[in-house]
Design a protein around this ligand. Structure first.
Ligand code: S3P
Length: 757
């Protein structure tokens, strides 16, 4: 990229920049500049090969440099600009790494009268515990965020070069304006440092009298780690960004006062709500970190194996969502058994806690929900974050449309790209006010229209249980009748559970009707195992010779059993044993034994009844003899990923003849090879390709598997116990992980930095 890269100051972060530039071959020569008293350090840097030359005269240091990086403390930026001014060259790109950007811009204005258009202010959000050239490392910026804050007149090619430079060093680059940068950093970096310094200052003085540090443990150490940072540097940063920091200190004071009042008033419910919100907000922060920083979890499956034994897969996801929703709106206490403790259902649970519902658990799948009644929800203080869960967002949009308060629903990257107009349009016909993005996606801004919704008679254009359920929930708050007609049967858990809670709901043929005249009475719910999770094992045991598996207590609601019907049509050997009705839902044990499969044309009427199972049914098709054809399944294109495209790409990568069509796929059964596939963050695709390993002839690596936790966190351990050779970063025996994969994981203890400037 550059012939001569000059770094002003190699003692702090500059040494690591030089090492990264060296490692990734970004400059032919790397020059260090330092004051006379720094020459000894520069000599060490040269000896270590960090830089090629060094100077104490700025003129010599910057001569012919095509890029100059200012890597000195923020407070010195103005004097460095003054030093550089006489030699400032038009063709050179200048950049800096200061943690406050407003101060860099003001320093440039002071020295130059206007900010030069070849100065690109930047800020790597990375730091090192020790600051010396010996402690510098070449991977300091790997998977770390870096913010560039150009001005409107900054030269585009200079901006692009700096962006490229940092991307080559491994950073994740964002571009934002100076003010926004300073506001964001004040909240997430400067305020926490001040709080850490303040707490240690306070307790340090107390310690002098009462030795409290002696008894301080991990919590104190974690919270105060950043108070070990360089005090001079932090004085400078806080002074430079005081305009953004002072209002935040005021808000912190108010927050502490609020907590003090809650304690004084023994308001444990509100205190729990506050702590629980903080707890999930932090989880959201960690999840986002995981998602963007590393797409971290990779599965590797060794070829072969068979599935044998007995298992009970976790609780049904659809029913778990609904149990929290209806239990919260019921009068009285609802006990739930078999609740799915996975991210999607937990997102729903948190949303209801945020709306003032007291929910105890989950404890081993058990919840105790203290229902607040149909009109008892409270306005959440913040937006409701629903993670990856389409069910949660779509059902909640109906429920919240008729509340006496406003809400904002947000989700992760996948959920934020899924179509929401399918619910907001019919809700608008009922009088709801919900704003989406222009593309019709989340965030959803819902203005509560309590007492103003009107029932409609809606014929759904697609077979969707989420749309149906959304409208039924809105119908509980609407004047007159709300009817939904479905073009084909879809899962009916909402209707069944409403009846279980004594709420009147009427079905005539394909039309379901509800009114606002009804109350939900608390009821106990026993959530059966999720047939969508069992499906991986039904297919796995069907394709792997020698398999023999008993899956216990699986929900076999006829609107969900398409997977059994399709597999049986293909020749699978699945027995349904021990059928019974539990809490209004049919449940059975499923016994599956290996049997050679044959390709079929999948009957279209089975599509909505197996809608979530197609990723793994495609694997069955790849193992079957002959051709399998699926059509009428265009809905698969708008699931957690485009399941037609992502599965076709993965199957082709494994050497399978899989041709995607608009609304399905044509798969020719044959050998499955090894290779690398990506799940595109889709939990069901990650698990499906793991199952393919049973019949592959070489190892399969599956990227981007973290979202398996949205529906089936136990999958990895269970599938291994039953006979598949799977390794992954967060499996219990993570020691066997392929070297290198774990390296990408953002571990909280790793890379701890006392200078997260
Ligand atoms: C679900 C309905 C289905 C399904 C989803 C869960 C539900 O979605 O794919 O995983 O719980 O109502 P659609 O209604 O969009 O088909």
């Amino acid at each position: 990229m550059f012939d001569r890269l000059c770094i002003i100051g190699v003692g702090l972060i500059g040494g690591s920049i030089a090492r990264a530039a060296r490692k990734y071959g970004l400059s032919k020569n790397i020059i260090g500049y330092g004051r006379q008293q720094d020459q000894q350090n520069l000599e060490i840097a040269k000896r270590l090969g960090v830089i090629d030359e060094h100077y104490s005269e700025i003129e010599q240091a910057v001569q012919d440099a095509d890029c100059v990086v200012i890597a000195t403390p923020v407070a010195s930026t103005e004097s460095i600009f003054a030093l550089l001014k006489p030699y400032w060259a038009d063709q050179t790109i200048y950049t800096d790494v200061g943690s406050t950007k407003g101060s860099v811009v003001s320093a440039a204005l002071k020295v130059f009268g206007a900010v030069p258009d070849n100065l690109v202010p930047a800020h790597p959000i990375a730091g090192a515990e020790l600051s010396s050239v010996e402690a510098s490392v070449d991977d300091l910026f790997l998977n770390k965020r870096l913010i560039i804050t150009p001005l409107s007149h900054t030269r585009t090619e200079a901006l692009h070069k700096i962006q490229y430079f940092w991307e080559r060093c491994g950073s994740i680059v964002s571009v934002m304006d100076v003010k926004h940068h300073d506001a964001v950093l004040a909240a997430t970096s400067h305020l926490p440092h001040i709080l850490a310094f303040a707490l240690v200052d306070l307790l340090g003085h107390k310690d002098e009298q009462s030795e409290i540090f002696k008894y301080a443990a991990g919590g104190f150490r974690d919270f105060t780690r950043i108070a070990s940072s360089n005090p001079d540097m932090w004085r400078d940063i806080c002074s430079a960004n005081k305009n953004e920091i002072i209002p935040l200190l005021q808000q912190t004071r108010e927050q502490l006062d609020k907590i003090q009042r809650l304690l004084e008033n023994d308001d444990s419910q509100q205190l729990l709500t506050l702590f629980a919100y903080a707890n999930t907000a932090r989880q959201r922060f960690l999840n986002q970190f995981e998602g963007t920083m590393s797409k971290s979890i990779t599965f590797q499956v060794q070829p072969g194996g068979r599935l044998q034994g007995e298992a009970r897969v976790p609780g049904d996801k659809s029913m778990s969502h609904r149990s929290v929703m209806l239990g919260s709106l019921a009068e009285g206490i609802t006990h739930v058994k078999g609740f799915l403790e996975a991210e999607d259902a937990l997102a729903t649970l948190q949303a209801f806690r945020d709306m003032g519902v007291e929910i105890e658990g989950p404890d081993n799948g058990c919840l105790t929900i203290h229902g607040v009644g149909k009109h008892g929800l409270k306005a959440p203080e913040n937006e409701l974050f629903l993670g990856n869960s389409g069910t949660s967002m779509r059902l909640l949009s109906g429920l919240l449309a008729g509340q006496p308060f406003n809400t904002v629903l947000t989700g992760d990257k996948s959920l934020s790209s899924r179509p929401m107009k399918r619910v907001t349009e019919p809700l608008a016909l009922m009088g709801a006010d919900i704003k989406t993005t222009e593309k019709g996606t989340a965030p959803l801004h819902i203005t509560g229209k309590a007492g103003q919704l009107k029932g409609i008679d809606y014929v759904m254009p697609m077979a969707s249980a989420q749309v149906k359920s959304c409208l039924l929930l809105a119908g509980m708050y609407a004047e007159g009748e709300t009817s939904v007609t479905e073009p084909a049967p879809t899962r009916d858990h909402t209707e069944r559970m409403l009846s279980g809670f004594s709420y009147p709901v009427n079905r005539e043929g394909s039309k379901v009707t509800i009114t606002a005249k009804g109350k939900l009475k608390a009821a106990d719910i026993d959530v059966p195992s999720d047939i969508s999770s069992a499906a991986f094992f039904l297919v796995g045991a069907s394709i792997a010779p020698g398999s023999n598996l008993l899956l216990k207590h699986v929900g076999i609601n006829p609107t969900r059993t398409g997977v059994i019907d399709i597999l049986r049509l293909m020749g699978a050997n699945i027995e349904v044993l021990n059928e019974q009705i539990v809490g209004g839902e049919p449940v059975a044990d499923l016994h599956v034994v290996y049997s050679p499969l044959k390709g079929i044309d999948i009957p279209e009427h089975l599509v909505p009844l197996a809608i979530d199972e197609f990723p793994v049914l495609f694997i069955a098709a790849a193992c079957a003899q002959g051709q399998t054809r699926l059509s009428g399944a265009e809905e698969l294109r708008v699931k957690e990923s485009d399941r037609i495209q992502v599965m076709a790409d993965g199957l082709q990568a494994l050497g399978v003849d899989a041709q995607p069509t608009e609304d399905g796929m044509v798969i020719q059964g044959g050998p499955i090879g090894g290779g690398v596939v990506t799940s595109q963050g889709d939990h069901r695709i990650a698990m499906s390709f793991s199952i393919a390993g049973l019949r592959a002839n070489a190892p399969i690596t599956i990227l981007d598997c973290a979202n398996v936790n949205t529906s089936f966190p136990e999958f990895k351990d269970l599938v291994k116990r039953l006979g598949l050779a799977l390794v992954c970063d967060d499996c219990k025996d993570a020691g066997s992980t392929t070297p290198g994969i774990g390296e990408l994981l953002p571990r909280e203890t790793k890379g701890s930095s006392a200078e997260e400037s």
